[in-house]
Design a protein around this ligand. Sequence first.
Ligand code: ATP
Ligand code: MG
Length: 328
Amino acid sequence: MKERILTGDRITGKLHLGHYVGSLQNRVSLQNEYETYLILADVQALTTHFEHPESIKQNLRQVALDYLAAGIDPDQATIFVQSLIPEIAELTTYFSMFVTVNSLRHNPTIKAEAKERGFSDMYYGFLGYPVSQTADITFCKATLVPVGEDQLPHIEQTRKIVRRFNQLYKPVLLEPKALVGEVPRLVGLDGSQKMSKSLGNAIYLDSTREEVQEKIQKATTDPARIHRTDPGHPEICPIYAYHQAFRKEGSAEIQESCRKGQIGCRECKGKIAQSINDLLEPMRDRRSKYQHDRKKIDEILMAGTEKVRQVAKETMQEVRDAMSMDYF
Ligand code: ATP
Ligand code: MG
């Protein structure tokens, strides 16, 4: 039997290059080797978007379309909607009985995200989202979770929760491992923070050629470089980070000519915009096949969710049995 992968995205907007290199690329390349489950995390989106649930509805199919465009094969991978699997909420509740508030408050990603969002007091659901993620991963007995670097503390917490559950009750859950993508944390166009939907510093997978060129030309570069001949500092330039991520072979040469002031930012940006467009081009082709076929996307999501329901039922039976909650 194949091992399982579970991973996914909060339904807070369309996907960008950070998602691709952090996680999506691995999902595509492993979808034949592993039984792959992709969760459209609408409940987790509510942790920060509870005032605008309608935005989740607008983005749901968009994220599914991004998966298909990126090369996810719906005949191989199973795409499903989190809120339609009530067992996930049930399992979250059981876990929350033995996870302490302090262990969540000390989670470095929770701390960083709470600060970023200006939370002085944390919402209960937000603080507990690593517990809900543990339920996402464990209900389908996934052993591998392709994620970006920011998710590592959560996977560590998941492993602890699994060990605790198995020790308290019966060893029915599996301890997963994280698989971080080729670029663990892609920097945003502002050059200071990670590329993120919420920070407005992203290049989206559905960008046109012109949008890519325009965003790249406007991106921050080394502020010390005023004239073309000024020596540059590629290590602080997001454009150089993109060369390393998307134009590997040419990046050593770029680094050298930037340091020596032999290449201008405009030319350097032109080269990387071209490489990013080369990466996105086949995605544009695949996207155009599904884009106007809402019915097809709905069929994929409904079939995926139906399949996952069965898996969830089986695991919850084992969980309830392990917890002596199999009353009748
Ligand atoms: P939001 O701002 O709504 O939290 P996000 O852009 O941070 O959105 P998530 O849905 O939180 O995206 O992340 C989905 C997956 O993509 C996670 O595995 C995360 O680690 C990965 N990821 C997101 N942004 C990046 C990035 N800039 N570099 C590498 N991986 C990333
Ligand atoms: Mg995030």
